[in-house]
Design a protein around this ligand. Structure first.
Ligand SMILES: Nc1nc2c(ncn2[C@@H]2O[C@H](COP(=O)(O)OP(=O)(O)OP(=O)(O)O)[C@@H](O)[C@H]2O)c(=O)[nH]1
Ligand SMILES: [Mg+2]
Ligand SMILES: [Zn+2]
Length: 300
């Protein structure tokens, strides 16, 4: 739960040498005080809670977590200077996808989940563009639900699921992540009734979004609920993950045992591998096993 009062504000958006901050129900422009080193957009990030004095950031409060596109080597309060940090202090990430335009790619969602798990960030899936649901996408959604992942179906056209989403966001700092063109900015705009949030049309030929949003930005739902709209990412890198990060995501594999404890379930003979046996008897889905191999091969 966020309490912004007196001199504590939340960073909305950063620019080269200034940032916008929510402070006492106002949006103000601030700069960094001299004791906070570095160039503004590489020192404070959207979602940071900061101490303000005379329109200057004099202190960055301890971060709950940092969502980054890449590995962060340093500690939470002193991240490596890079521009791949998406936002900080996230209570919940909503992985936004659409059934079509762009098409629903479950493997894309898997990669987001892996990254969020690595940063210890809770997540739910939002399938926006409910008006475009078809049988294929319904099946994909069901597979996630069967594994215990919560899926919220929304439409910014019909307002389906919007009230439900508002309840989920209540008292949290929530980030919207996902491919370009799925409707993250449209959702941020519908949820906050802020007409100034820019969204754009998905190109008809490529079905790819246009990367309309270029940087993370925070919006207020109410005094204790905030939404961070983030730019669509074309490819989510998982190169910094290790084998156990991948294995953790395939919890249903745990009930089967292999001859060797460090079995990769890939090159070992079927007689030594409980997972391969389970695959053969249909106890593990072919789809999940293939995802597993693909993800493992990518980090090797
Ligand atoms: N059919 C349908 N289209 C929608 C819905 N919500 C948003 N859109 C459309 O989807 C397109 C992309 O929306 P944006 O909100 O810009 O998508 P985004 O995820 O913010 O994209 P980036 O900023 O590029 O990452 C726009 O043309 C919206 O009008 C919906 O519920 N149904
Ligand atoms: Mg956008
Ligand atoms: Zn095995």
């Amino acid at each position: 739960m966020i309490r912004i009062n007196n001199n504590i504000g939340i960073i909305i958006e950063t620019n080269y040498n200034y940032a916008y901050v929510y402070l006492n129900d106002e949006i103000i422009e601030v700069t960094l005080s001299k004791n906070i080193k570095g160039i503004m957009n590489r020192t404070v990030f959207t979602g940071d809670h900061v101490l303000i004095k005379n329109k200057k950031v004099i202190e960055i409060l301890g971060r709950k977590n940092i969502l980054s596109r890449n590995k962060i080597d340093n500690t939470k309060n002193n991240p490596k200077l890079n521009d791949t940090i998406i936002a900080t202090n996230i209570d919940l990430a909503l992985i936004v996808a659409s059934p079509n335009m762009p098409k629903l790619h479950p493997r894309f969602i898997d990669r987001y989940i892996l990254i969020l798990n690595k940063s210890n960030i809770n997540y739910k899936i939002v399938i926006n563009k409910a008006d475009l649901l078809d049988e294929e996408s319904k099946q994909i959604i069901e597979e996630f639900q069967n594994r215990g992942v919560e899926v919220i179906i929304t439409s910014t056209y019909s307002n389906e699921g919007i009230e439900k989403l508002k309840k989920i966001i209540k008292d949290k700092q929530v980030i919207l992540v996902g491919q370009s063109g799925v409707g993250k900015s449209s959702l941020a705009s519908t949820l906050t009734e802020n007409k100034n949030i820019i969204s754009s049309h998905v190109g008809d030929k490529t079905e790819r979004g246009r990367h309309t949003t270029t940087k993370s930005s925070l919006y207020k739902l109410d005094d204790s609920s905030f939404i961070i709209d983030s730019p669509g990412i074309r490819a989510v890198s998982i190169k910094h993950l290790n084998i156990s990060d991948i294995k953790d995501y395939f919890k249903e594999f745990d009930e089967f045992t292999c001859k060797y404890k460090d079995c990769s379930h890939i090159n070992e003979p079927i007689n030594d591998c409980g997972i391969k046996k389970a695959l053969k008897t249909g106890k593990i889905s072919k789809y999940r096993y293939e995802s597993y191999i693909k993800l493992i091969s990518e980090i090797k």
